[in-house]
Design a protein around this ligand. Structure first.
Ligand code: AOF
Ligand code: ZN
Length: 387
């Protein structure tokens, strides 16, 4: 049986998941204050990122924090940000022992939180349940260590390995329970990305529509080289309430049609048509119109995915869900930028005219299955990159 330390840290890690995707650029961290085996304070980083977990848990514990142990999923901060350092708050409250799961790679903390508590006479233990902690904080750690968001590729695949049918909009592949799961994943992500092909063919909204979680919709990103996203699309229509970034390529000064994009765009069979030209005047007009509707335009040299992820990470995005279509999924896989594959398999076949999925449930090169579930008639397998 796990010891008391492991059990309290496991509880803290479970609690830390509560505000995933809701703490802006801050990680969702949890803190438990325990005195004589009794939990006297619990908290998770507040929605928006502040206050941090420790100060809230200390406030709940009050005088009972004196002589207590604090369990924290991330090293307490040591910097004066918008709030004073948590390590100082723990010292001032009379905490005598601190158990840390993951040390903080943030350059302002980076061992300093632990060193300060140690110097103040606090017994500090580190790395307890570290593998589990690295998982719970994986998105934040990805941004800090690799300077790119953690990427989850979500695929809904038919029994015959297809993700849709050419020339048709959204084809139902999975049922209501699997869809609800997808919306829950959206709620925990900082952003969702699709290509223009999917935006045109499916006209998706890409929001979280679970009852009560509507406020948790992440940022939506469309790769749309020439800004062909129609103003009438649902994505643009909702841009005033749920942020939308359109990633485009500035037209070459005198180019009628710029060089082919690094990310292939899928226009064949689209419900809505795209303008094949990439001229400066039209681009400027479309840009102004999209901005008027509330969309933000991010210009890239070309749709270079490493570059794009670096820029999204610099904006503070830690987790990204890639939702389509096949060409975009393939481009992310080929660029070796996928960390997790969330693969749903439905019971029906698409047959003639199907768009083949880049991977199906079974052996996926470079990935290992880490979990399985059944959602009504659908199967779910989660794969993680083999390190
Ligand atoms: C903690 N407890 O609950 C969290 C921490 O912008 P600031 O001032 O809020 O600082 C953000 C940094 O604080 C973030 O990069 C990470 O190092 C740390 N997050 N630290 O002690 C918490 N969320
Ligand atoms: Zn802090």
């Amino acid at each position: 049986m796990a010891g008391a330390d492991e059990r309290f840290m496991a509880a803290a890690l479970r609690l830390s998941r509560r505000h995933l995707g809701l703490t802006d650029t801050n990680p969702s961290v949890a803190c438990l204050i325990v005195r004589e085996d009794v939990v006297v304070g619990t908290a998770v980083t507040a929605i928006g990122g502040r206050p941090h977990a420790e100060t809230q848990a200390l406030a709940e514990a009050g005088a009972r924090a004196r002589g207590a142990t604090a369990y924290v999923t991330l090293e307490p901060c040591a910097h004066h940000g918008r709030t004073p350092p948590c390590c100082d708050a723990l010292i001032a409250a009379g905490i005598v022992r601190v158990v840390v799961c993951v040390t903080d790679p943030d350059e302002r903390v980076f061992g300093e939180g632990i060193a300060r508590m140690h110097a103040a006479g606090i017994e500090v233990m580190t790395d307890l349940l570290r593998p589990e902690g690295e998982k719970a904080l994986s998105a934040y750690l990805s941004r800090k260590r690799r300077h790119r968001p953690e990427v989850t590729l979500k695929l809904a695949v038919s029994a015959d390995g297809m993700i849709g049918r050419k020339g048709v909009g959204q084809v139902p592949i999975t049922g209501a329970i699997a869809r609800a799961q997808t919306h829950r994943m959206r709620a925990e992500s900082d952003a969702i990305l699709v290509g223009l092909g999917t935006a045109l063919a499916d006209d998706p909204e890409l929001t979280c529509r679970l009852p009560g979680l509507e406020q948790r919709s992440p940022l939506r990103i469309v790769l749309d080289r020439r800004l062909d996203l129609p103003l009438a699309s649902r994505l643009v229509a909702t841009a005033g309430t749920v942020p939308l970034i359109v990633v485009a390529e500035a037209p070459a000064p005198d180019a009628e049609s710029a060089a082919s994009p690094a990310v292939p765009e899928v226009h064949a069979g689209s419900a809505l048509r795209a303008d094949p030209r990439h001229d400066a005047d039209g681009f400027a007009r479309r840009r102004a119109a999209l901005e008027r509707e509330g969309a933000a335009i991010l210009l890239t040299e070309r749709h270079h995915l490493h570059d794009l992820l670096g820029r999204l990470s610099a904006r503070g995005l830690s987790s990204l869900m890639v939702e389509g279509g096949a060409a975009i999924a393939r481009a992310f896989l080929e660029a070796d930028l996928v960390d997790r594959i969330a693969l749903f398999t439905g019971p029906r076949s698409i047959g003639e005219g199907g768009i083949a999925s880049p991977c199906v449930d079974g052996r996926i090169d470079g990935f290992a299955p880490v979990g399985r579930a059944v959602f009504g008639p659908d199967r779910y397998t989660e794969y993680e990159r083999e390190s």
